[in-house]
Design a protein around this ligand. Sequence first.
Ligand code: NAI
Ligand code: NA
Length: 396
Amino acid sequence: MIIEPRMRGFICLTSHPDGCAENVKNQIEYVKSKGAINGPKKVLVIGASTGFGLASRITAAYGSNAATIGVYFEKPPQQGKTASPGWYNTAAFEHEAHQSDLYAKSINGDAFSDEVKKTTLDLIKADLGQVDLVIYSLASPVRKNPKTEVLHRSTLKPIGGSFTNKTVDFHTGIVSDISIDSANEEEIENTVAVMGGEDWEMWIDALKAENLLAEGALTVAYSYIGPSLTEAVYRKGTIGRAKDHLEATAFTISDKLKDINGKAYVSVNKALVTQASSAIPVIPLYISLLYKVMKEEGIHEGTIEQIQRLYADRLYTGNEIAVDEKGRIRIDDWEMREDVQAKVAKLWEESTTETLPNLGDLAGYKSDFLSLFGFEVDHVDYKAEANEMVAIEGLV
Ligand code: NAI
Ligand code: NA
């Protein structure tokens, strides 16, 4: 069928299989062009189908020839109805990987559940024996705790007072003020339950209990800090509390991995357009200004550039892994550069509906957003019939 983008609010209801496949191939080519990384050999990626998790899987496979198992939660296609983009991304990745003689299998389901953990553990046992890297890259609005059966919902709110700042609707380009009420204790706790480190620790406990982590295994989860402009709604808000918890969990996990010389890290990544970040108020305006400045400086990166650099320049250099005063890996170093942030702050003041198209990279934001769903990707013929019923070769 002919597939076009169909927008509803912050999401796109359709996705294009050929555009998603092209994005994956471009990421593979990028990693290959940067040369071999003396990295992991057997990798589990939790949240492997889009964003930073997909880039982590591609970098492991094509930077280090790693066997990869991906866990994700995506909607399969139905006749006449497209799958969610992570489905097509995974189908394309696994097809390419198999062509390249790389092991690649995946599990589609709720990573927070005991069932999906068990299926994954059984697969590792049967096929890989052990893994030497576990990437934890989930972004979800809900989590059912498998022990208590409580369904937690996250919120994106400030803490300790309401917050008003500029935001942009990136579909219309309208810049307006948004006020967000302060979160209560329950909302904070729920957000920490969803996006904090509890599930990460459950995964590592389960893997370790069955001796599925290799000697010296690493596990890495992703966090964000960002500037004072977005602090009230991000780092000092409910999601920031969850990230504090995630970062603290790295130390708890590292203690538990001492006997196998393993270690847990949090990597602080750059702000990027993903399905997760486009739903956060204020962030899209910040990202459109950040993109503009970083592109002008020639230091703009997407998820694949970020993760390739994380593996090559941080995790697998052969030297000790460099961390900040809180033990975190910083790959947001270029975003947080003082000159970059000073320029963004100035543009922020000047941004209005009228000025933003020139001051910010709204066009880049929009096209990155559509590209997440496989639209507006170069070399894809959108007028041609596309096959929506794409299968994932390695789906367990
Ligand atoms: P994303 O939305 O592109 O990816 C989320 C992944 O999680 C997908 O593979 C999805 O299928 C999977 N997933 C969601 N719920 C699931 C469930 N219940 N079971 C199994 N899989 C599930 O998000 P993105 O942006 O790549 O986020 C990944 C991590 O990176 C998050 O921790 C996020 O906070 C962090 N991060 C994101 C930044 C950004 O600007 N986008 C910046 C820095 C960190
Ligand atoms: Na991800």
